[in-house]
Design a protein around this ligand. Structure first.
Ligand SMILES: Nc1ncnc2c1ncn2[C@@H]1O[C@H](COP(=O)(O)OP(=O)(O)OP(=O)(O)O)[C@@H](O)[C@H]1O
Ligand SMILES: [Mg+2]
Length: 317
């Protein structure tokens, strides 16, 4: 007779698999957002690279269970902010708390313990090209757990099923489409059942349908697995689909933070009714309009002066 001890892990794996499987079929559950518990808390974060000030005093709180979308133009510092929150780079100034713990003063081993509690979907997908899709997902389980090979194999199947890639476990990353690579990256990011998921441009470069599928996956994972999500994006359709709250980053500062409703209201207000230049700038970004303060700012840049200085220098030589 087969003993209970042999059966028990299989049974708990099955229950686990079932709970994760349901994730793909829950479409619009409202998750429990606990605004009393800031799971991420950033205060006075500053960072310069050489003479370039990239982050100029960021204050941001993300509540447990919410999807926070960080928006902003190219080069405004979104990825840099994410790299600080995930402990990849250290700030010049300021505090970053994850799960109530200050990470800016942590040693590398301490940081590694915190890193086990969050997953990252990188801007590029960042799969290891020499490993199969299944091995990519298995990697964090092999590195950070003592699970045996069979259990890891089952876990990999569960995570790949979650993102609709179970049949593609043996393929190499180069054999996947861009959307499939993003989904494989997501399966790897959730391998250790993280409490926070960070996404850097999850739908960049994808067709509208695949992009909508990724959006739905982000919502489903957040709600069903009780995860907190921080999503960096400049795809506005995606932002307005997934966000509970949004924040707009510009030139290293947060111009506005608010609920999705507040940002929708700003997007839909005629510009002549907006007294503040800052609100008109955010509105232009949200709508993707060709004209507005952002365009004006580019026109007013020191481009002409820069060119004139070069020719002036040549004349005086
Ligand atoms: N390691 C680094 N060394 C020097 N400069 C850097 C470094 N990382 C980022 N920067 C600079 O910081 C600025 C912000 O970069 P970042 O990657 O955060 O922008 P982003 O908002 O994510 O842009 P995008 O939407 O194009 O991804 C850029 O001007 C970039 O050149
Ligand atoms: Mg970026």
């Amino acid at each position: 007779m087969i003993s209970k001890e042999i059966f028990l892990p299989e049974i708990s794996l099955l229950i686990y698999a079932k709970s994760q499987f349901c994730t793909r079929h829950v479409r619009t559950m409202t998750g429990p957002i606990d605004t009393a518990v800031p799971i991420i808390s950033i205060n006075g974060l500053e960072k310069s690279f050489g003479n370039q000030r990239v982050l100029e005093g960021i204050n941001l709180e993300v509540s447990k269970g919410e999807i926070m979308v960080i928006m902003g133009g190219s080069g405004c510092g979104k990825s840099t902010l994410l790299r600080h929150i995930t402990g990849a780079i250290a700030p010049d100034k300021g505090s970053i708390k994850l799960f109530g713990q200050e990470i800016t003063t942590m040693s590398e081993p301490q940081l590694n313990e915190v890193r086990k509690r969050f997953g990252i979907l990188f801007q590029s997908g960042a799969l290891f090209n020499s490993l199969s899709v299944g091995e990519n997902v298995a990697l964090p389980l092999r590195e950070h757990t003592k699970l045996d090979n069979t259990t890891i194999e089952i876990m990999v199947k569960i995570k790949l099923e979650l993102v609709g890639l179970r049949e593609h476990a043996d393929k190499m990353p180069a054999q996947l489409s861009g959307g499939m690579q993003k989904r494989a990256g997501l399966a790897r990011a959730v391998a250790l059942d993280p409490q926070i998921l960070f996404y850097d441009e999850p739908s960049a470069g994808l067709d509208p349908v695949t992009s909508a599928e990724i959006d739905q996956l982000i919502i489903d994972l957040t709600r069903k697995l009780d995860v907190t999500s921080v999503v960096v994006t400049h795809e506005m359709d995606s932002a307005f689909t997934i966000a509970d709250r949004m924040c707009m980053l510009d030139r290293g500062v947060i111009l506005k933070m608010g609920t999705r409703r507040e940002f929708e209201a700003l997007r839909d207000t005629p510009p002549e009714q907006l007294a503040e230049e800052q609100d008109r700038l955010i509105r232009q970004f949200l709508r993707g309009d060709a004209e507005g303060p952002i365009t004006q700012r580019k026109e007013n840049s020191d481009y002409e002066e820069d060119i004139l200085m070069v020719s002036l220098r040549r004349q005086t030589k």
